[in-house]
Design a protein around this ligand. Structure first.
Ligand code: ZN
Length: 327
């Protein structure tokens, strides 16, 4: 082969290789451009996914919030339903009370025995017997004064002193067994069940069938309205019809106006209250803790004596010192 032929072949090979390199370069360039586009597409897709994920999260949060709101609404509904049921019950009870009240209201006042003649004092001790009873009995015995004890039989009472009170010549009055307003003033039947219980107890202890009574809070109490409107109008009549005499008072010792009232205040309450009257029924308490009432008693007796009073125990025939009935 000639040198020239060799050169042609070499040139041919070089041209061929150049064409090949150019073609490869072109293909690579094309692919590179496509890759760029693909990358851009991926980027775009990612952004779309991110956006949708974000939207999804927002929706999820809204759903959660809605669920909570629904739960709160459900709870509120349940509370309202329960409140509604309570109100309905209250309305029914009030209607029943109103019906009961209309049955009792406008009853004429219970009749009273005639007023005593001459200056007379009935000392009365409510809520006992108690730890103070024996001291009160000693003082009354010292002054030779007879009084009246309206007795109870609840936890702190000393019912065992009742025979001693009776033996000393005082009147045993009935003041209900429990002295529980909510219980005794809930109905006529509840009151008489309680009164009969203390009556039976006194009879068992003394043999006396006492017909002398005092309502807890007095005939004028308005507290009973809470438990049964009109109950006092009914009871004040009923007890009278049944042969009891109920007693209120026209002089208060004020010894129950605070847990402990000074003896001097108790004395002045009674002595001032007794002025310008002819007959008095004095409210005092023989409850546990009322020690100052016993302290005040000697001065009360002496003071009333100097105002011209004589003392007597209540009997069923005595004037009742009735208050105006407020329920
Ligand atoms: Zn009482």
């Amino acid at each position: 082969m000639t040198r020239k032929a060799k050169d042609y072949i070499l040139i041919g090979v070089i041209i061929f290789l150049s064409i090949c390199i150019a073609a490869t370069g072109f293909v690579i360039f094309r692919n590179y451009k496509d890759l760029d586009k693909l990358n851009e597409k991926i980027k775009h897709s990612q952004t779309t996914i991110d956006k949708q994920t974000e939207e999804n999260n927002t929706l999820k949060q809204e759903l959660e919030k809605s669920k909570q709101e629904l739960e709160t609404a459900r709870q509120e509904k349940a509370a309202l339903e329960s409140e509604n049921a309570g109100l309905k019950k209250e309305i029914t009870e009030l209607k029943a009370k109103r019906a009961a009240a209309s049955k009792y209201s406008n009853l004429p006042a219970a009749p009273q025995n005639p007023q005593p003649v001459g200056k007379i004092c009935y000392l009365t001790f409510d809520d006992g017997p108690s730890d103070n009873t024996l001291r009160i009995l000693e003082i009354l015995a010292y002054y030779n004064v007879k009084a009246t004890f309206f007795v109870t039989d609840y936890a702190q009472s000393k019912i065992e002193y009742v025979p001693q009170i009776h033996a000393a010549g005082h009147t045993i009055g009935l003041h209900t067994q429990s002295h529980n307003y909510a219980q005794i003033y809930s109905s006529e039947a509840a009151y008489f069940a309680d009164l009969n219980a203390i009556s039976a107890k006194v009879k068992e202890l003394t043999g006396v069938d006492s017909k002398v009574i005092r309502f807890p809070g007095g005939g004028s109490n308005a507290v009973s309205k809470r438990y049964c409107p009109g109950i006092m109008s009914l009871l004040t009549r009923k007890v009278t019809e049944m042969g009891y005499t109920y007693f209120d008072w026209n002089v208060s010792s004020e010894d129950a106006s605070a847990p402990v009232v000074s003896a001097s205040r108790i004395i002045s309450s009674v002595l001032n209250g007794a002025k310008n009257k002819n007959s008095i029924c004095v409210l005092m308490h023989d409850a546990a803790g009322k020690t100052t009432t016993a302290d005040a008693l000697p001065s009360i007796i002496e003071g009333l004596r100097s105002q011209g009073y004589t003392f007597a125990p209540l009997t069923k025939e005595c004037y009742g010192y009735h208050h105006k009935v407020n329920n």
